[in-house]
Structures are given as C-alpha cells and as structure tokens.
Design a protein around this ligand. Structure first.
Ligand SMILES: [Zn+2]
Length: 359
C-alpha cells in the first residue's frame, strides 16, 4: 500500500471507530415496583380516587391529582416523566396509542420480573419471591466480566431480595438494601455505605423507606460514579397492596421528584453530563380498574403483565410517546448492553434490544 492509500485507510478506520463508539458511558436503571400503566398514561382513575374506602381524604387527593382530564392528571402525578422524558426521550406502553409492553414470565410478581429485566429471560423456573440465588446470568455479570466495566456497577434498593436476584455472591456487585425489620420499623440494615445509620423518615404516619433508598443511592452515585447503577423503589407496590390509593399516588409523585432531582444531578455532573442514560420501568403491572383488582398482581391476574418504560439521555431517540409496537420486559437487558456498545448474552428466549428507541 502506498503512503496516500494507507493514509486514506487509516482515516476511514478512525471514522468507523468514531461512529462505533457508544454515546452512552453510563446507565442508571430505576424501577418503580408495580406502578400501573393506567396511572402513568391516564392519570388518576376516577373510580379509585373517589372511593372513600381507598382514599382517606378524597377532596385533598383530588386537589392534588384530579383534573378530569387524562393528560393534565398524569402531568400532576409524574411531571418529570411527562414534561421532560416525554419531550426529550421515549416512552413505551401507551396502550391507547397501540404501543404495548408486557412481561413474558407467567408469574407477574417481583422476583420473576426483576429476573426478566436483568437476565433478558422470563424464566419459568424463577417462580417465587423467596427464590434462592439467581442461576441466570444478568447484565451485572456481563459488565463484571469486562475489564472496562469491572467493579463499576452498584444496586441500591428498598427490597431485601435484590442480593439474591442479582446474585452478588457470584459477581461481587455491591447490593445495598434498605429493609423494614420484623416489627415493620425501618432499619438501615444493609445500607452500610460510609457510616450510614439513619432512621427512616416518616410522613403522614408512613415510613418512607424509598426516600432513604434514594438519598443513599444519590450519595453513592455522586461519590463513586458507577457506570451502571440500579435503583429499586418499592412503595408504589406496597401501598397498592394495602389498597391505599392516596399513598400510592403520592409515592409515584415522590418517585417522579427523585427522578427530576437525579436528572438535574446527572446533567450538572462533569462525569455524567450528556453521556448518561436514565431508564425507568416496573417489574409488573396490577389488576384493572375496580376497587379490588387494581390492588393486586400475580399469575391469575392477567392484566398485571402490562408494563411501561421511559428512557432519556445518551443513545436514546427523541420519539416521545411511541405510537405502535410490541415490546417485552426481556428486551431491557440487551437494550442496556447495546447502549454500552456490548453484545448481550444470546439465546433463543433472550430478548433483543429495543432498537426503536436507540439512536
Ligand atoms: Zn406486589
């Protein structure tokens, strides 16, 4: 090859390399346990918000979240998702617009859902919230096996099943959980990061464990700058089961404010700004409307397979609310791997990346 030709060859490899370099350097994945697509897309549900059985103070709750109109009600409950993520990123699961997202596991409860999110496989063997250490390899294992990502992941969550779901004995990923003790009191339990020993704050008589999870996660992330962080919140599911519609909506509203705060932090942090992706999703849906079925989820509650996903930041298209397509929970792990420029584990039943939202 003469000098000119080799120079052109060199130049073209540089161009190709630049095109191939992933825009995403960091991903923060957040889950809101059991938050329904109904409230996310349609706002407060008339039958539920007017129920004196489900709501302690109907007038006060309606003042906060009821407008009589789906769009403005949803913006009151989750303003960051609708005013920022929907305008700059992509949202999946608006069933009225024919964008559908489902879990593929048959159980429609938490451990099977989180396994599907992390491993890309709705494994029929993973059938209990008490399931032991997860035998499936996950996005955490994939990243730990790569020198560029090794020891740069973390998980912080309100539920103590996550060390088993992530199987941190196998991969060494730090998993901090924030649990309630047997008396139902919050304990800082396994949140052992640099002397954290806080009492859970309470509000309106409720112990706000998710607020502790968030504050801990943010402190960890801002000090350590992990490349992959998972934050698992739980109160939406907890208050749903209790049939506490006011606390369920207030929790979602609170989680949305954490997301706003997290995004502000990301976009003002020199290491994260413009190269970080934020993904929010849930582990399962809940029953349909009606005063009882919305509270629960599980194998017999078929509509609980319906979920949603919102994404913003590096590598994510600005599609707004997707108007069509069928998507699955098992696609999330491969989507994260693709954002990092990596190939996820392959297998007949493992989901493919959601290319519709990827740049
Ligand atoms: Zn539940």
């Amino acid at each position: 090859m003469n000098k000119i030709l080799s120079f052109i060859f060199l130049l073209s490899t540089i161009v190709v390399a630049a095109q191939d370099a992933p825009k995403t350097q960091n991903v923060i994945l957040v889950t809101w346990d059991g938050y329904r697509w109904q409230e996310l897309f349609k706002g407060a549900e008339k039958k539920l918000i007017n129920s004196k059985k489900l709501v302690k103070d109907v007038d006060a709750l309606k003042k906060n979240f009821w407008t009589g109109d789906n769009v403005s009600s949803r913006e009151k409950i989750t303003p960051f998702i609708w005013n920022t993520m929907a305008k700059q990123g992509s949202i999946i699961g608006e069933r009225k617009k024919a964008s559908k997202m489902k879990v593929t596991n048959r159980y429609r409860f938490s451990y099977p859902g989180y396994n599907e999110i992390f491993s890309g496989y709705g494994d029929p063997k993973v059938n209990s919230n008490d399931f032991p250490d997860n035998h499936n390899l996950t996005i955490f294992d994939l990243l730990q096996a790569d020198e560029k990502f090794k020891n740069k992941s973390v998980a912080v969550a309100t539920w103590d099943a996550f060390p088993r779901i992530i199987n941190n004995k196998r991969n060494g990923v730090p998993v901090y959980v924030n649990i309630k003790d047997s008396a139902g009191k919050c304990t800082s339990g396994n949140l052992t990061f640099e002397g954290w020993n806080e009492k859970c704050p309470a509000s309106n008589g409720f112990i706000l464990t998710d607020s502790l999870t968030y504050r801990f996660a943010k402190e960890y992330i801002s000090k350590n700058h992990p490349r992959f962080a998972f934050i698992g919140f739980d109160e939406t599911d907890h208050f749903g089961h209790e049939g506490n519609y006011d606390s369920y909506l207030h929790s979602a509203n609170q989680l949305d404010s954490y997301m706003q705060d997290l995004w502000n932090f990301i976009q003002n942090d020199p290491q994260y700004k413009d190269n970080t992706t934020l993904i929010i999703t849930c582990d399962h849906g809940r029953g349909k409307t009606g005063t009882q079925m919305w509270r629960h989820h599980g194998g017999l509650i078929l509509p609980a397979d319906k979920i949603w996903l919102a994404a913003i930041g590096a590598g994510i298209k600005n599609e707004g609310t997707l108007k069509q397509g069928k998507f699955y929970q098992k696609q999330i792990a491969a989507t994260i791997a693709t954002l990092f420029g990596k190939q996820f584990y392959e297998g007949k039943k493992i989901g493919k990346p959601i290319s519709e939202i990827l740049k």
